[in-house]
Design a protein around this ligand. Structure first.
Ligand code: GLN
Ligand code: ZN
Length: 796
């Protein structure tokens, strides 16, 4: 290598210019995508990986399955038109793209170090052990990738974490493709994003930040780049999505300096592929001119989530190639080709004369399903408005042709797109006058309940609950029988009546169990719900669901988001019969259970033709009708879950107030019609709700349950300081593992909550729903929880 990390800051562009470079000079193709779904059209990767975990597939078979999948992806993308060298991304990993870097560097936390071989590398089992934990050693923490629904594994770094170039898997993908006659473009999470997305390990000294290890990380990336060049890559894509966010606990100046150092240093390496740094998921902002001055060959811009940079910043890209992300990697709508082409033309106008432009997706396509052509059950008209990954490949290729050869060259595509766009706008389900009028008529009063004091008095009188009331978050274990009944109904083996009967039996047994355990506010258990969002999507007008539309959520886990395409209407009550039946079985209050507007949107693909705020209010109104029907059926406690409200918080602070305004507003619209004597609950997963605490307060729910047991109630001082006026249920049972907490443990946590908030405000509940738990641990844990409530009550 020609440079070393210590001298990174001092390497001046002039010095680099005189280096005798062996960097290839093959141009980037005119069209590309920044990444492709890894899971496989039929979730082949999921099946292979899970079989390997179960032991029914051995390592060779797993490797073969993975290689087949990579081969199939290459052929598919070539068939779709990505035939130029370096136009097909090589972004395969068995579990997660961030874990892939951790493995490449051997940057393993102390508790897993024994898994490293003599070269400091993990084997495949070791790689999965980091992802999944083993016995007493917990897995790496999982957290959301930017503002998407993908989750990555958080690296843990300290001053002594081993960091080197120890695993050639990324370069091996390039060699494998080469052998098959294709030149791919390796895609790697960039060094700055890797370190910003990492956290200090438990062993790290006070004040340590993973960025302190930048020099070592660059050294390892340097070796990776050299290996990639040896493998035959002419381009490498380093993804730097972290640069578009301002939510890292690091000074922006420090981040920009790190970008400068990193790309000055990596750029100075003489034997490497050309470097494309992709700034995805938003605007690069002040990082763009820094990259513009760095000795790299191309910069990728997200022109969907981000905006067209200022002319001055674009001028800094002189003599670089620009990868223009104008096709969304995040949604499933056809690209507005005319608008995208205009953006590209504008970009070309503002860039220095002759700057090569590659048309691309805004992010990797890992967030969208493979192929809409397979969705034969979706109304063909609606289907014609959609573009999944494979269709988006066609779009970048068409746009590249339009940019290079002029609009006439793609006149047919433009005309067809305009035609479909007009059809979509004119579809009666897309614009329903009665829905628009109802949203227009919403007043602040509709979002405002009676003052809390008045509500509290009415609810105390109606519900007569003890101090420290006990409840659960809604779902009870999803048993094999429940799944069997659902599958049988889907296949038509049992009719609606038999299915209802099975669900009612389940509800009756869940209610009886809760009475036996002595819980105060009961739930029906949510047995009838396949998923907390899809259940509502299937019952509301304006949604379609897919058959094959799987998207990786994390590791081998996939979700199948519904598609919200039209104005939302609730044709009939959705949950009332189940809740009313459950209430009929008990004298205790039974809590009705709804999913809130923000969460429904966060876990669906949402229409792009009207503002999100308006969609949220349409959902708010539909749920408001459901709340009214639940009340009319005698349900006195209603929970509206909003676990996603923190998740979809915008990456840039400046965008947050507007988001919180409409998201909180839609929740208040859903619940604002509830009578004072109706107790409204909400539930949020995650304990890090500190940044949204003010917004959560504004939800104005009577009771809010949150996750708190893992962090041992750490959040409560902040809550107390904020002056949270209403009731809070911080979880006392960590439901993420099968471990049963003792009554003493629950008591200790509960006591902390009581000390921080005062007994009159505290509810006693688990961290989250119980659908992933089994009955044995559920019964035992709930017994501890109820016992803890009684024990603390006795001391009051
Ligand atoms: N009511 C839902 C349940 O109990 C809430 C799930 C969630 O918060 N993600 O399953
Ligand atoms: Zn939850």
């Amino acid at each position: 290598m020609s440079a070393n990390p210590e001298s990174a800051a001092s390497a001046s562009p002039a010095e680099i210019a005189v280096t005798e470079s062996q960097v290839p000079s093959a141009p980037l193709p005119g069209a590309t995508i920044l990444g492709y779904p890894r899971i496989g059209r039929d979730r082949e990767l999921k099946r292979a990986v899970e079989s390997f975990w179960k032991g029914s597939l051995d390592l060779d078979e797993l490797s073969r399955a993975a290689a087949e999948l990579r081969g199939a992806t290459r052929s598919r993308l070539a068939e779709l038109g990505l035939t130029q060298p370096a136009s097909v991304p090589a972004d395969f990993t068995l579990y997660d793209q961030v874990l892939q870097v951790t493995a490449t560097l051997g940057a393993v936390p102390a508790r897993f170090r024994d898994l490293l071989d003599a070269d400091g590398a993990l084997d495949v089992e070791g790689y999965f052990t980091l992802a999944r934990g083993e016995g007493a050693r917990p897995a790496l923490e999982m957290t959301k990738w930017l503002d998407s629904n993908y989750h990555y594994l958080v690296p843990e770094i300290d001053a002594s974490t081993p960091i080197g170039y120890v695993d050639t898997a990324i370069a091996d993908q390039v060699r494998e493709a080469k052998e098959a006659g294709a030149e791919v473009r390796p895609v790697v999470v960039g060094p700055i994003s890797y370190l910003l997305m990492a956290k200090p390990s438990d062993e790290a000294a006070e004040g340590f930040h993973p960025l302190d290890r930048l020099g070592d990380v660059l050294h390892a990336y340097g070796h990776l780049l050299m290996d990639l060049q040896k493998a035959g890559a002419t381009w490498v894509q380093l993804d730097e999505p972290a640069l578009v966010s301002d939510s890292w606990n690091v000074d922006r100046e420090r981040i920009l300096q790190a970008v400068r150092d990193a790309y000055t240093w990596l750029g100075a390496i003489v034997e490497r592929p050309q470097i494309l740094v992709a700034g995805t998921y938003g605007s690069l902002g002040d990082a763009l001119p820094v990259l513009g001055r760095a000795p790299i060959e191309a910069v990728g811009l997200d022109l969907v989530a981000g905006s067209l940079p200022e002319a001055g910043d674009l001028a800094s890209l002189e003599s670089k190639a620009v990868v223009a992300g104008v096709v969304s990697g995040r949604n499933i709508w056809r690209t507005d080709l005319d608008a995208a082409l205009s953006t590209l033309e504008q970009l070309r106008e503002h860039l220095p004369e002759g700057t090569p432009i590659t048309v691309a997706t805004s992010t990797s396509l890992q967030h969208v399903p493979h192929d809409v052509e397979r969705e034969t059950a979706i109304d063909p008209q609606i289907r014609s408005w959609l573009a999944f990954a494979d269709q988006k490949v066609g779009e970048v290729i068409a746009l590249a042709r339009g940019l290079a050869e002029g609009r006439e060259a793609i006149a047919a595509e433009l005309a067809q797109d305009a035609d479909l766009r007009n059809q979509r706008a004119a579809h009666p389900g897309v614009h329903r006058d009665e829905v628009r009028a109802a949203v227009d008529a919403v007043t602040e009063g509709d979002r405002t309940r009676a003052p809390y004091a008045e509500r509290k008095a009415a609810q105390d009188e109606r519900l007569g609950l003890p101090e420290l009331p006990t409840t659960t978050i809604g779902s009870f274990p999803q048993t094999a029988e429940i799944r069997k009944a659902r599958a049988a109904r889907r296949k038509g083996e049992i009719g609606e009546a038999a299915y209802d009967e099975a669900m009612r039996a389940e509800i009756a047994s869940v209610v009886a169990l809760q009475e036996r355990l002595g819980l105060d506010v009961l739930v029906h258990g949510e047995a009838e719900r396949n998923d907390m969002v899809q259940y509502f999507a299937e019952l509301l007008d304006g949604f379609v669901t897919t058959e094959h539309g799987w998207v990786q959520s994390y590791g081998s886990r996939c979700t199948r988001p519904s598609i919200l395409w039209g104005d939302v209407v609730r044709p009939e009550p959705m949950t009332v019969a189940w809740s009313a039946y459950a209430q009929s079985l008990t004298d205790k209050p039974l809590k009705g259970m709804l999913t809130g507007p923000v969460t429904i949107m966060a876990w669906s693909f949402v229409r792009d033709d009207i503002p999100r705020a308006q969609v949220a209010d349409q959902l708010g109104l539909a749920l408001r009708e459901e709340v009214a029907d639940l009340e009319a059926a005698g349900i006195g406690v209603i929970q509206v879950d909003e676990p996603a409200i923190r998740e979809t918080l915008p990456l840039r602070r400046a965008d947050r107030p507007a988001y919180l305004e409409w998201s909180v507003g839609s929740f208040r619209l859903a619940t604002g019609g509830a009578a004072p004597a109706t107790q409204v609950h909400t539930h949020l997963c995650y304990s890090e709700f500190d940044v949204v605490i003010d917004a959560v307060d504004h939800l104005d729910a009577d009771v809010t349950s949150i996750e708190a047991s893992r962090s041992r109630m750490d959040i409560l001082p902040a809550v107390a300081e904020h002056g949270f006026e209403r009731q809070l249920g911080p979880g006392v049972w960590d439901i993420h593992s099968p471990r049963v907490p003792s009554q003493a443990e629950c008591t200790e946590l509960l006591q902390r909550a009581v000390d921080a908030l005062g007994a009159e405000k505290v509810w006693v509940n688990p961290d989250c729903g119980l659908k992933t738990r089994a009955y044995a641990e559920t019964e035992a844990s709930l017994a501890s929880l109820v016992g803890a409530a009684r024990a603390v009550r006795a001391t009051l």
